[in-house]
Design a protein around this ligand. Structure first.
Ligand code: ADP
Ligand code: MG
Length: 233
């Protein structure tokens, strides 16, 4: 029986980047419960983004086990893993990864193409995309704009809408607020928390801004969970 109450579990995970003997990451135990909101803090180069890539299955641990919603990521084929990620994880990257020549609407709806379960949760995906844009404070009519024509802060909010659409059980966000001003950052976080509260979404967000700590259920520091080897430069 998959243990879905634990949305995310890492056990004795070790990873080193190919050809880079100077860095390796080890996480003995990290468990996130369903609907938990967790802030992951750590200095630059401490392996936060590497850890998120392991969780997303874009890289595979050399040893140990990474499970998302009870499924061992390493047991899936590459194709299964891509579909699994699309269904289970809403991703917000540091660099947004929007399609610049596609409309805002097409960018937001994109994950639904690869995630039929997320699509099925929505009676009207276009209306849901518009609602998310509105709630994120994007201007009316933004849906037909080319994503590449928006400001950096607006693009980051489109990336959030793309992650949230269809309520995936896990949202992973890698320093998503670094390009937002204080007011926009507050709106952005409110929407992430609202979705977590309404749909039991688990949120794992990386930041180096410890001032956000009080807003999360739990704060984890990389130094508490991870052993990293880093040679002096
Ligand atoms: P953080 O997100 O905490 O700043 P990262 O996980 O990006 O840390 O980086 C941790 C270490 O892994 C760094 O030494 C970095 O150079 C290395 N690293 C990150 N991504 C790659 C990659 N794609 N290929 C090789 N090394 C990488
Ligand atoms: Mg990083």
């Amino acid at each position: 029986m998959p243990d879905t109450a634990k949305t995310l579990q890492l056990e004795n995970v070790a990873y080193s980047w190919p050809g880079r003997a100077s860095f390796d990451l080890q996480v003995a135990d990290l468990t996130l419960a369903s609907s938990e909101t967790v802030l992951l803090l750590g200095e630059s180069g401490s392996g936060k983004s590497t850890l998120l890539s392991l969780i997303c299955g874009t890289i595979i641990a050399g040893s140990g086990r990474v499970s998302v919603a009870g499924t061992d990521i390493a047991a899936l084929s590459a194709g299964q893993r891509d579909r699994f990620r699309a269904e289970q994880i809403g991703l917000i990257f540091q660099q947004f990864n929007l399609l610049p020549f596609a409309s805002v609407q097409d960018n937001i709806l994109l994950p639904l193409r690869f995630a039929p379960e997320r699509r099925k949760r929505l009676s009207d995906p276009n209306a849901e995309a518009a609602r998310l844009c509105h709630d994120l404070g994007l201007p009316d009519g933004v849906m037909s704009s080319k994503a590449g024509n928006l400001s950096v802060g607006q693009q980051q909010r489109v990336a959030a809408a793309r992650a949230l659409i269809g309520m995936p059980p896990l949202i992973i966000a890698d320093e998503p607020t670094s390009s937002l001003d204080a007011a926009t950052q507050a709106t952005f976080l409110e929407l992430l928390f609202a979705q977590s509260y309404a749909h039991g979404t688990t949120l794992l967000m990386v930041s180096h801004d410890a001032r956000l700590s009080s807003q999360f259920d739990r704060v984890i520091n990389m130094t508490d969970i991870a052993q990293t080897k880093r040679d002096a430069l």
